[in-house]
Design a protein around this ligand. Sequence first.
Ligand SMILES: NC(=O)c1ccc[n+]([C@@H]2O[C@H](COP(=O)([O-])OP(=O)(O)OC[C@H]3O[C@@H](n4cnc5c(N)ncnc54)[C@H](OP(=O)(O)O)[C@@H]3O)[C@@H](O)[C@H]2O)c1
Length: 315
Amino acid sequence: MPLTLASRIYVAGHHGLVGSAIVRALQRQGHTGLVLRTHHELDLTNQAEVRRFFDSERPEAVILAAARVGGIHANNSRPALFIRDNLLIQDNVIDASHRSGVGKFVFLGSSCVYPKLSPQPIKEEYLLTGPLEPTNEWYAIAKIAGLKMCQAYRREFGFNAISLMPTNLYGPGDNFDLQNSHVLPALIRRFHEAKVRGAKSVTVWGTGTPRREFLHVDDLADAVLYLLHSYDAEPMVNIGWGQDVTIRELAELVLSAIGYSGRLIFDSTKPDGTPRKLLDVSRLSDLGWQPRIPLKSGIEQTYAWFKEHSDDARL
Ligand SMILES: NC(=O)c1ccc[n+]([C@@H]2O[C@H](COP(=O)([O-])OP(=O)(O)OC[C@H]3O[C@@H](n4cnc5c(N)ncnc54)[C@H](OP(=O)(O)O)[C@@H]3O)[C@@H](O)[C@H]2O)c1
């Protein structure tokens, strides 16, 4: 049955970067049947709690944006936690959704599911064609299991699950905790603090030459809702901006958004990571969706949010 503005849609992880953007987008569209639970109210690693929740709430559609997420340091130092929590969350939520008759399920993976040395840009069919990036393979293996579980449930039970693979995301609600954050929020926080301290320079790890792709989370939310309503097939879909920038270009955009005039130093004794990571977004373009928020204005808007939320941002 097609979804209506009154349909009961459960957004799991609605306090996170992605989940909060999806809720904003659903509310903008006029959806009134949102079903939401915080981590504190419902621990998705607990199978009995998850089954009880689905039995009582009976959502018609589910968007799974809850996951244990973090940067290289967090992934590397807590491998057991990352693989355990993500496997449990997705296993519990996918299975309970199928059992309770959910009509549409959206699984969110990540570009880290692709082999470390994938040809660029990365097409969906490169999945499982080579070794993963070792620093986040725990997370990536869990995500691969999740998207395969969606495909398996579709084949065996006709469960209408789709899997979307977003590139690096950023925007309001991001995690600015330096131990756990991704590169863009970490740069915003570090450069902002350097400006406030009046530091003469800031140091960025690596040579600044690796290339990365970034998508504003409001664009991602728009793509998720577009595919929620229009895409019902097994093949997973990359979601990205379609172009990348060097880490140096990224750092310069952040410097300019913050208005910090100190020197930018690249510490080339520190590791660079993969030289390039860009998703091929032809499948998404062929389905009729395009992103709208350019990186420069997206970073400016995220910095404005960060300053306004110094009390409640994740620091
Ligand atoms: N951020 C990116 O750049 C990016 C890129 C590609 C894909 N994605 C995908 O998008 C999804 C969401 O990522 P995000 O960046 O929005 O992460 P996030 O900001 O850390 O949000 C994740 C949410 O999940 C919740 N959660 C974690 N464990 C839970 C549990 N056991 N039970 C219930 N809720 C739990 C968290 O609540 P607490 O904070 O209270 O624990 C948080 O609200 C993930 O699947 C991720 O792979 C993200």
